[in-house]
Design a protein around this ligand. Structure first.
Ligand code: WT7
Length: 639
């Protein structure tokens, strides 16, 4: 890349080959965003074209009204003529000695159709919800696409989530079918997924459990309820007619942390999501026919859904999915995978980048990264030093780094500079994607000046892939996204600022979401999980900065009954209720928590007590003695 002041630009060679090289695209899109998206939507095959592009009945909105579509028809039938035997998917298992599985577009097409027919035979109908609790194996993608083929709504649950976390989600969707596996590899250990699934479906409506044989180990198997994947697809025909879906029919529900204990089911729909998935991948990752794309996200997150499934497939791109941990069995496993498949575009999270950097130069020895041409980052702010390391050590100062901002709610990337245009500035995520209207507002709802921090909001007509609702919870939808600045402005819950070039920097969340290694969790959800312990009276969780993970939780608990190994117990409680993604770093036993007069816990004070910052305004604090006590306790325990 070319450096000018604190900005970076793509080289002439990169620019010439890029899909978008002319800045005019921004102006054109801005003039009429609805027209812009409608033009992009034309690229897809619609069984019936939409009658109206956009309709707004705040806080609800629709895109491509009256349009009929099926995303799998656009992945397969639309692509097969040119790419029948092109590789779609490369699956890298965790064990080094195991052979990868490689599926062409035609292979995947047949697998999806057969499984779709199998689901139908089990009674799955259009609109039915199907739970998917699978590791990163090809069947996770086949399952999602088979659901989409017949118009069933998939709801993928991260395979490292605990049985309890699975149960809450299954109860909310009322899924009658769950697809899972007999286990998977994680850091050389077998994870007993089927056992977890069995626990998770207790007290749900699940009647059938489809089990993929990944390990071939012995697992509990309940006759009449459990059925092997092989038996579901056996003798099923290679073709299943795609369901005719309305643009606004649900494609999938994906849960994200809610402010209370209960996660929110983000509803994404068939039409708008397809348009966004097709185009953001193509223009942001600048995919060409010979690219090999690897996004390290698990399918349990939105990044997995959009960029390890729908977006590359819609674009006919070859991509890699990986079962294991990027630093196992050796710290350079991720680099080996890049070498092994000649990955050209690599997409990962700042946490992973900081971890790779921490392993030191040793890890990079023997890896030249010559195949790479573009790098991406997602999920949390990338600090300048991690950005520089990624850019220099992996990208060899040659590859543009697209820092991509988006959310489970937005379905696709909305802020990032385009690789053929730039500019790129470390720690700044970049420019809004063409056709999106962002604003940064102050407390009074007025646009801020460059350099001034405010709330990041999205203005009408929003984007085709923005969530339509929270499943079965209209109140939460209204309160979370459409209340801060009124029903016509989507509130992202992020604080941001803009530089004089219009590049956006994400400062952090304005709500109680913390991002642990890029994973999103609310302090409220963690607190609800910890409070379930019978000896715990009350607790408060705060996110504190961490060099590798970005943020980590620290817990303050008030006990009802003495607990011996307090930290172990609290960690165990989080493992049981949620899973290993959000394990507390420190646990403190306290007598009371700092609260306002109305009884709200002042988490800001707890956070600052821990980090040793100035406490700031204490005028609303009702119990100053609590602050003095906690200060002492932290001091003692830190020694
Ligand atoms: C939140 C959404 C969508 C991909 C995975 C995360 C933070 C996301 C960035 C970025 C700074 C970022 C925001 C956002 N975030 N990308 N490039 N720079 N912050 O999805 O779990 O729904 O979390 O992640 O705070 O609101 P998610």
């Amino acid at each position: 890349m070319i450096k000018k002041g604190n900005l970076y630009y793509p080289t002439k060679e990169f620019k010439e080959k890029a899909w978008v090289k002319n800045k005019a695209v921004y102006k054109n899109a801005q003039r009429d965003p609805k027209r812009f998206w409608a033009d992009l939507a034309e690229e897809l095959v619609w069984f019936k074209k939409w009658k109206k592009i956009f309709e707004h009945k705040p806080p609800y909105f629709k895109w491509f009204l009256g349009g009929k579509i099926n995303i799998t028809y656009n992945i397969f039938e639309r692509n097969l003529a040119e790419r029948k035997n092109k590789i779609a998917l490369i699956w890298e298992p965790e064990p080094l000695e195991e052979r990868p599985r490689i599926l062409s577009y035609y292979d995947l097409y047949r697998e999806v159709n057969r499984f779709a027919n199998g689901l139908k035979k089990l009674g799955v109908k259009k609109g039915d919800r199907v739970g998917i609790y699978l590791p990163m194996i090809p069947e996770v993608i086949i399952s999602m696409l088979a659901c989409a083929r017949i118009g069933a709504v998939h709801s993928v649950v991260f395979s490292a989530f605990s049985p309890q976390a699975l149960r809450i989600r299954l109860q909310d969707t009322e899924a009658k079918i769950l697809i899972t596996a007999d286990g998977y590899w994680r850091r050389g250990k077998v994870i007993p997924l089927k056992q977890n699934a069995d626990k998770g479906i207790e007290n749900t409506k699940v009647k059938k459990v489809i089990v993929v044989q990944r390990m071939g180990n012995k697992i509990p198997f309940k006759k009449g309820r459990d059925i092997w994947w092989e038996d579901v697809v056996k003798e099923q025909p290679d073709y299943c007619k795609p369901a005719i879906m309305d643009s606004e029919d649900i494609l999938f529900i994906l849960y994200t942390s809610g402010s209370t204990g209960k996660p929110k089911g983000c509803v994404h729909v068939c039409g708008g999501y397809s348009v966004q998935a097709l185009w953001t991948g193509k223009l942001i990752f600048d995919w060409k026919d010979n690219d090999i794309f690897w996004s390290t996200s698990d399918m349990g997150w939105i990044t997995g859904h959009t960029y390890s499934c729908y977006s590359p497939l819609l674009n006919g791109v070859t991509f890699v999915i990986f079962e294991g941990a990027p630093d196992w069995p050796k710290p350079d496993r991720w680099a080996q995978i890049i070498d092994k498949y000649g990955v050209t575009v690599f997409y990962t999270a700042p946490t992973a980048i900081r971890m790779f950097a921490k392993y030191g130069k040793e890890v990079l020895k023997g890896h030249k990264f010559e195949t790479l041409r573009l790098l991406g980052s997602v999920g949390e702010p990338i600090d300048e030093s991690a950005w520089q390391w990624y850019f220099k050590e992996i990208g060899k100062s040659r590859c543009p780094v697209v820092d991509t901002w988006w959310q489970t709610e937005t379905g696709g990337i909305l802020i990032t500079s385009l690789p053929g245009i730039g500019p790129f500035r470390p720690a700044y995520t970049g420019l809004p994607f063409p056709g999106t209207r962002f604003e940064i507002l102050d407390d009074k709802g007025k646009p801020t000046k460059p350099g001034q921090e405010g709330a990041l909001v999205l203005l009408p007509p929003f984007v085709p892939s923005l969530l339509r609702r929270i499943y079965k919870n209209p109140k939460k939808y209204l309160n979370t996204y459409w209340s801060e600045y009124g029903k016509k402005i989507y509130f992202t819950s992020d604080a941001a600022l803009r530089d004089k070039n219009g590049l956006i920097r994400i400062v952090g969340r304005l709500d109680d979401v913390i991002k642990i290694a890029g994973h999103r969790i609310t302090t409220g959800e963690l607190e609800a999980a910890i409070n379930l312990h019978p000896s715990i009276a009350e607790c408060a969780v705060v996110g504190i900065p961490d060099k590798i993970k970005g943020q980590v939780p620290v817990v303050f608990v008030i006990l009802k009954k003495k607990i011996k190994n307090l930290k172990e117990v609290v960690v165990g409680q989080v493992l049981k209720e949620i899973g290993p993604i959000a394990l507390p770093k420190e646990v403190y036993e306290v007598e009371s928590l700092p609260k306002t007069r109305s009884g709200k816990i002042m988490r800001r004070i707890l956070r600052r007590l821990f980090t040793g910052e100035e406490l700031g305004d204490l005028s609303t604090l009702a119990n100053p003695e609590s602050v003095r006590e906690i200060k002492k306790i932290i001091k003692i325990q830190k020694k």
